[in-house]
Design a protein around this ligand. Structure first.
Ligand code: ATP
Ligand code: MG
Length: 181
């Protein structure tokens, strides 16, 4: 089992201050008034997991996911979010009990990725997460409109979801890479 233990956000959307969310065992429910940032938490999670389409994060440009300022608060130049996973069961193929994935973006649009604080590529994050249930096609975060989208998708598109669930995405990606070389 791969458990999300903690989320740390700074400068992402409404999180102007460094914000930490601890996820205990069991189910976590986030409650709060409209506009208080509940959905921003799931956006943050999806973003670290590699979401590249700002529209899926309810924005249109990269600046929309960086804190844009409020009364008495200046806008920030960078957004950074980390997800801390409990890897004691070794689901992630890394020899660490805790794995932290971090993504950072600047107003220029330049992105940086880190695994356990070490610089890496987005591809390394996709490779790490493939077939863990958190990969690109696994849809660990399902938004309201996504349900309709899945129901209306073409069989070939829907197949990707099953391949991820079956744990063969990793091998398909490697095959694709090998054929390209
Ligand atoms: P609802 O109950 O209506 O779904 P919610 O708790 O899910 O609300 P969110 O959509 O997570 O609320 O948060 C929206 C808030 O985040 C808005 O107040 C919006 O101004 C703020 N916000 C979004 N992007 C930014 C940004 N780049 N900078 C500052 N604030 C932002
Ligand atoms: Mg919401």
């Amino acid at each position: 089992l791969l458990l999300l233990r903690r989320l740390e956000a700074y400068g992402f959307k409404s999180f102007a201050d460094k914000t930490e969310v601890d996820f205990g065992p069991g189910i976590t429910v986030v409650v709060g008034p409209n506009g208080s940032g509940k959905s921003n938490i799931s956006d943050a999670i999806r973003w670290v997991l590699g979401e590249q389409n700002i529209r899926n994060l309810r924005g249109s440009r990269v600046e929309d996911i960086i804190f844009s300022g409020s009364t008495g608060r200046r806008a920030l130049g960078v957004a950074e979010v980390s997800l801390v996973f409990d890897n004691t069961d070794g689901v992630l193929p890394l020899d660490f009990n805790e794995v932290t994935i971090t993504r950072r973006v600047f107003r220029s649009g330049e992105s940086e990725y880190f695994i356990n604080k070490a610089h890496c590529r987005l591809k390394d994050i996709h490779d790490l997460l493939a077939d863990t249930g958190l990969g690109r096609e696994a849809m660990p975060v399902i938004s309201q409109n996504k349900v309709d989208e899945i129901l209306n998708s073409k069989p070939e598109e829907r197949r990707l979801i099953f391949e991820e669930a079956a744990g063969i995405t990793r091998y398909k990606n490697r095959k694709k890479e090998a054929l390209r070389k």
